[in-house]
Design a protein around this ligand. Sequence first.
Ligand code: SDX
Length: 428
Amino acid sequence: MSDFAEIILDGKSYKMPIVVGTEDEKAIDINNLRSESGYITLDSGYKNTGATESAITFLDGEEGILRYRGYPIEQLAEQSSFIEVAYLLIYGKLPTEEELEVFTNEIKIHTLVNEDMRKILDGFPSTAHPMGILSALISSLTAFYPESLNPNQSKDEVNLTIIRLMAKLPTIAAWSYKNSIGHPVNYPKNKLDYCSNFLHMMFAYPTEDYQIDPVVVKALNKLLILHADHEQNCSTSTVRLVGSANASLYSSVSAGISALWGPLHGGANQAVIEMLEQIKADGGDSKKFIAKAKDKDDPFRLMGFGHRVYKNFDPRATIIKKAADEVLTALGVNDPILDIAKELEEAALTDQYFVDRKLYPNVDFYSGIIYRALGIPTDMFTVMFALGRLPGWIAQWKEMREQKEPIGRPRQVYVGEKERNYIPMNQR
Ligand code: SDX
């Protein structure tokens, strides 16, 4: 294999070094392309462009492989816990028992949020989408912890900022839900584990004791693990780009939450359930909606299908589909839209349009069915995605900072008007 790529431009030869990753991924390093040749590359949607070299997550879209710090997602989903996977992603190794205990306890003592945050929360109408509330309240953490704005925080100060975010996002997420149903918020109970505490804050009522179901806790751990990181996806790239300007972790993650909200990205899990409900209300004819999805004149898309990277099955979707059957059976839930989802998947996977375009169910296709069975309302589904993705965003922001990456500033090709003179109003 050659050590460089040769580019011939205007009769002149330019040699660009080849970069090879741990899993033999290859890239052409064009860091000097513009300074040497005056040319830039153009790649709408960055489909062929690497933004960084990262040691956090490896995925192979053709083989359906996903590993966090080298550990296969299948093993982590079955054997680990979300808080342990968060430690793995953020600090780069599986914790010892003592390290996990310290991490867990540090998070527990920071789960409360400043009571003034409730004044911000009260300012939102009950119709506010929880993702909008989450993004706003996470950004407001900069007001309560202004030291987080210092780009030269010490390692320990950065770690405290990280711990506070891991601790407070679940509280804020649960409070955004309570705000949307006009119910009083629940305060964290630090005797509970991370997932149980979130469920308590989401579903406990002052009028009765909330019984935490171990089946629900296990399912939630698995779902959050499966969402924890996914290399340079849209929201993670947003976190890294905002962070590259020396913006705080809170500001960077707040921006990532807004990117995740998009229905083409994390918002798809809500859109999938709404689509399945639409199909059910329309009589359940999957083939009719497959035809709509294929019709270029019809804006309808099969939400939860397709992926920029996975051109084979999304390994997370495979695990979540199996878990959906297990959880609904364990909870005694019979949800007809699970059957519609399976019919839709079966119809799509045998349809040439989807086969030709390598469109398979992605992480969002079945996740909403489990969230629904756990009692989580549809407009909280993307908040659940953010809860899961948080340690990944943190790990990627931390790596970008530690690698001292330059501020992200893409170039462009200008296609507008050439120079022209101003025209006074009376001459237009
Ligand atoms: C996530 O990047 C990540 O890692 C994201 C994520 C993560 O963990 O962070 O995995 C999470 O965002 C999962 C994706 C959730 N989004 C959806 O389910 C929305 C529905 N899917 C899409 O809109 C689409 O598939 C994307 C956005 C996911 C990927 O879009 P691409 O890679 O830009 O592909 P494309 O839109 O150019 O589609 C290629 C072709 C087009 O047809 P042609 O122009 O070739 O004729 O496939 C078609 C598209 O029209 N197509 C679909 C389709 N997805 C793509 N047609 C019908 N239904 C779909 N869902």
